[in-house]
Ligand binder design. Structure first.
Ligand SMILES: [Zn+2]
Ligand SMILES: [Zn+2]
Length: 384
């Protein structure tokens, strides 16, 4: 089968002490400190053989994520931008939909022909973190498309416990093809869903939201916020193309923060009461946090989702004065998150299809990632 493989040179930075696990294998905990000169290639690989608990899926659509892009981008010394876990060479891609074509001997819940998507983090279920309920932070996790083979390939083998049936989406989409395109956008929606309703507390229908940065995560998040009964959704985004995608989704309060100062924009939309739910999905923390702090409603929630490396300048007194709180949020594992997003999409409360602005074939998957790196699209999909 064809697959898009990312490779790189194992070259820990001077002064960086690799962990024991990092020294033993080719798995990096901090990819930006270890991998140099990352390169993509389209490769002919054997079709994976599912283990006893695995399901073999014929991939139909796979979305390009910001993390896929940052795995291919480097600093001026050639080190990868992406700072979390990777084991290279690996087939990347983790936001996907497809059809079950084979099952291991112990698989019980899925059979051939089922349409599915998957969670990204494979957790052991045995370690202390798993048993305390934090499966997303399993001590022995693997991640599809990061440390184990992912979905930019004709086939992917996935542990059964990570799969979700997406056939309920047929209530919202006329064709199987549209259903599968939409299903490939479930994963990014779960990221904000987790931030807003898994992590933050006390968010209510009628709350005012502001999204700082509306790339794929911000855009899918705005759809989640609207479905949750937002009083208004405000978007700040420097890219004109992305602002257009936000408007095409039906959002009216869409601003270029360089042109309209966020304080002014928020005052106009909220009548001076401020933003109840701020969502940081830009990664430009030196710009976004000063705006966030000056537009906090009483008891505001600030949900931090981006994973930029630099530290944010945070004026704690402003959070204290507004009884506001910052919630860090990462991933999307467990906690009713996938099934809830699937219900919202099946009922028509969320439609992510207008966010998909470019589609590439698998044989041009490397071009799809270059295109996503231009940061003008809503979501770039690869059709397989
Ligand atoms: Zn992603
Ligand atoms: Zn575990």
């Amino acid at each position: 089968m064809q697959a898009l493989v990312l490779d790189g040179k194992w070259a820990p930075r001077d002064g960086y002490e690799p962990t024991v696990a990092e020294r033993e294998g080719t798995r990096a905990n901090n990819s930006s400190a270890v991998w140099r000169h990352p390169k993509l290639r389209i490769e002919e690989r054997d079709r994976p053989t599912p283990r006893d608990n695995d399901v073999l899926i014929k991939v139909r659509y796979a979305g390009v994520c910001g993390s896929d892009v940052s795995m291919t981008e480097t600093d001026d010394r050639g080190y990868m931008h992406y700072s979390a876990y990777t084991a290279l060479p690996n087939v990347i891609g983790h936001e996907f939909s497809g059809e079950v074509v084979g099952t291991g001997s112990d698989v019980r819940m899925f059979s051939k022909g089922d349409l599915v998507t998957a969670e990204v983090t494979d957790y052991c279920g045995r370690c202390e973190m798993c048993r305390r309920g934090f499966t997303g932070h399993c001590e022995q996790f693997e991640q599809l498309g990061f440390t184990i083979p992912g979905a930019f390939a004709e086939y992917v083998s996935v542990p059964e416990k990570l799969l979700w049936d997406v056939t309920p989406l047929r209530d919202a989409y006329d064709s199987k093809n549209e259903l599968l395109r939409a299903a490939a956008t479930i994963e990014p929606s779960t990221i904000t869903y987790n931030g807003l309703f898994g992590r933050a507390e006390g968010i209510r229908p009628g709350d005012y939201y502001a999204f700082h940065g509306v790339g794929p995560i911000g855009l899918t998040g705005m759809n989640v916020a609207r479905a949750a009964g937002a009083g208004a959704v405000i978007a700040f985004e420097p890219s004109p193309a992305r602002r257009d995608v936000a408007r095409a989704l039906g959002f009216e309060h869409v601003f270029d923060p360089a042109e309209t100062p966020p304080i002014e924009a928020v005052a106009g939309v909220t009548g001076g009461s401020g933003v109840d739910v701020h969502v940081e999905t830009a990664g430009a923390v030196d710009l976004t946090y000063p705006s966030i702090e000056n537009t906090l409603a009483e008891e505001a929630n600030v949900v931090h989702i981006s994973n930029a490396g630099q530290a944010a300048p945070v004026d704690l007194r402003k959070y204290q004065a507004n009884t506001a709180q910052i919630y860090g949020s990462e991933g999307h594992t467990g906690d009713r998150i996938y099934p809830s997003v699937i219900r919202l999409m099946a009922s028509g409360h969320i439609d992510n299809l207008p966010i998909v602005t470019s589609t590439f074939d698998l044989f041009e998957a490397d071009e799809a990632i270059e295109r996503a790196a231009e940061r003008v699209d809503g979501k770039v999909l690869i059709e397989i």
